[in-house]
Design a protein around this ligand. Structure first.
Ligand SMILES: [Zn+2]
Length: 577
């Protein structure tokens, strides 16, 4: 009993000591906490608060973008002014954003700003840790990521970023009391900030190419604009892509026999870098001996999504008509889509495989190179029970900026290769070397497709290769593609259109020039699909009529054979029909 009493007594005295110590500490800290609390709760004018928030956003969340701009501007007067302009614009635009949100939104404005702080913290973690750029594609990835995949990113570091750079500032913004100004003060502020914005932008008009070149990087790092603007762009694209397609009039397969078209969609492949079209370097050593027909073509657009749509559409249009693979699928053909790229319109086919899925299916082939698109292709074609087959291979072979990463070692015919991501600093001849190696690799891919088709002698087949758009390789200080149409140079539109056919009866018309809309009608013709929207003028094929076996004629022939005792009169009527 005594022992128990002793323990009880000790516990009580320990409790009392701790309580006293805590009380003492609280008494000492109390004046500071209440002072901090009072400081935070001190009413602040909306202008001062927005200025503080804008400065805070720059210092806490935007160091990576400031660093990127600093590293990409030269140290002459123009470069320094460009850098200063960027800082001014960032401060002014964030100030204006916060002002509008708080002035019109009040509590809702605070909620939105608090939400952006948490998003900023989250993005900053990935930018610092994974060197991510918050682009439109990245937002697409975010919205398409399952929780199980995202949970792999959770870490102590991420939690710290969210708490200290997201949650704490978010709580503080709720604690601040705001003194709102009159609408006139708001309007003066609004007009002044807009005037500074336009003035600064105007003095930088000659830097438009710099802005264009770095828009993705700078825009992808700038908080809170990166994820806001790119989410809007992604959602807009998603809605556009998922708009119901306008169905085309019924089409009908009218010819007999097994026919196959392999449509290879190129990425950023430029016609004048193919030796088939007269390029002085031998970039097509294999296709040169493959009996292919190279046609002169111009792309309808200079960026992927619009160009791929043009390749699959039956006419130039902004509307979402049923595209070639969906139409053929509905007509009863077998359609297989294999891709290492993205940006195609919505597909309503069953056999869609991206390079990741193909990599899992064919573990012997490296999914990082476009060869994966032809792995097991022959077997897949042979397994089809349909007579008419369309295979689409959507490649990414010449996609910049890191061309060197797109071709395997054995295709590096031109060295040294540029390994610089920042194209403005690239040595142009090394950049062209790396680009030309992707064309050498394209040559191999196309040759392999033709070889595959040659191994299928019972199937009448053809390969159509057309690139989505061209590419700028430093001409006029321009790189890549996708410049606004009025600024875009011709290099971004000149594309190869290469055709190979397995049979001699199918000829290619001697056309001076073709376009991407020729694909739809030529494929329809090759697969014997009759349709009210078929346009002979956009058909590259000229087929010997006597070689075509029409299903109706065959059916009639069988009927005739079945009717063993048919009258002469009825037979002649049949033949007239
Ligand atoms: Zn493209």
């Amino acid at each position: 009993m005594k022992v128990m009493e002793n323990i009880k007594h000790k516990c009580r005295s320990a409790y009392d000591t701790t309580k006293r110590a805590c009380n003492n500490m609280w008494q000492r800290v109390k004046p500071y906490t209440s002072k901090t609390y009072e400081f935070i709760r001190r009413p602040l004018s909306i202008t001062t608060l927005c200025a503080i928030l804008s400065l805070f956003t720059m210092i806490v969340y935007n160091i990576p973008v400031i660093k990127a701009v600093f590293e990409n501007t030269s140290d002459n007067f123009n470069g320094v002014w460009l850098f200063i302009s960027f800082i001014i614009l960032m401060l002014i635009l964030n100030f204006l954003l916060y002002y509008i949100l708080l002035y019109f939104g009040r509590v809702v404005g605070k909620v939105i700003i608090a939400f952006t702080f948490i998003c900023n913290a989250l993005c900053l973690y990935f930018i610092n840790g994974y060197h991510t750029i918050i682009s439109q594609e990245m937002m697409g990835n975010v919205f398409n990521t399952r929780f199980s995949e995202a949970s792999g990113f959770f870490s102590m570091g991420l939690l710290m970023y969210i708490i200290f750079l997201g949650v704490v500032p978010a709580i503080l913004i709720f604690m601040v009391r705001i003194k709102y100004k009159s609408i006139w003060r708001f309007l003066i502020c609004f007009v002044t900030t807009l005037a500074i914005t336009f003035g600064t932008a105007y003095t930088n008009k000659k830097n438009i190419l710099w802005i264009d070149r770095h828009a993705t990087q700078v825009g992808g790092l700038l908080m809170p604009w990166s994820y806001t603007v790119n989410t809007i762009l992604y959602v807009r694209q998603w809605i556009e892509m998922n708009r119901p397609q306008i169905p085309l009039p019924e089409g009908k397969i009218t010819t007999e026999g097994k026919d196959l078209v392999v449509l290879v969609i190129g990425e950023s492949a430029r016609r004048d870098h193919f030796s088939l079209y007269g390029y002085e370097r031998n970039t097509n050593p294999l296709l040169a001996n493959d009996d292919v027909t190279p046609l002169i073509a111009t792309s309808a657009y200079n960026y992927t999504t619009a160009s791929v749509k043009a390749i699959l559409d039956h006419k130039p249009t902004d509307d979402r008509y049923e595209i070639l693979p969906n139409y053929l699928h509905r007509c009863g053909a077998d359609v297989i889509w294999r891709t290492s790229n993205w940006g195609e319109p919505r597909l309503t086919i069953e056999k869609f495989y991206d390079n990741k899925a193909l990599g899992e299916r064919y573990p012997g082939t490296d999914p990082n190179y476009d060869e994966i698109l032809i792995a097991g292709l022959k077997e897949e074609i042979l397994a089809s029970d349909k007579d008419k087959i369309l295979v689409v291979l959507h490649t990414s072979t010449s996609h910049g900026p890191i061309y060197y990463s797109k071709s395997p070692l054995q295709f590096k015919h031109f060295l040294p290769e540029c390994r610089e991501v920042e194209m403005a600093d690239a040595n142009i001849s090394e950049l062209v070397n790396a680009y030309d190696n992707t064309i050498v690799y394209t040559d191999y891919i196309l040759h392999s497709v033709i070889e595959t088709l040659r191994e299928l002698p019972d199937i009448r087949s053809c390969m159509l290769y057309v690139s989505d758009h061209g590419e700028s390789l430093g001409e006029g200080d321009m790189f890549m593609h996708g410049l606004p149409a009025q600024m875009a140079p011709i290099e971004q539109f000149i594309v190869p259109f290469i055709v190979w056919c397995s049979d001699d009866a199918t000829k290619i018309k001697p056309l001076a020039e073709v376009g991407q809309y020729h694909v739809f009608h030529s494929v329809l013709d090759f697969l014997g699909v009759e349709s009210p929207i078929f346009n002979e003028e956009l058909n590259i094929f000229d087929r010997d009529e006597s070689s075509i076996r029409h299903i109706e004629e065959i059916a009639e022939g069988e009927e005739g054979a079945d009717a063993t005792e048919g009258t002469e009169e009825s037979n002649s009527t049949n033949s007239e029909e």
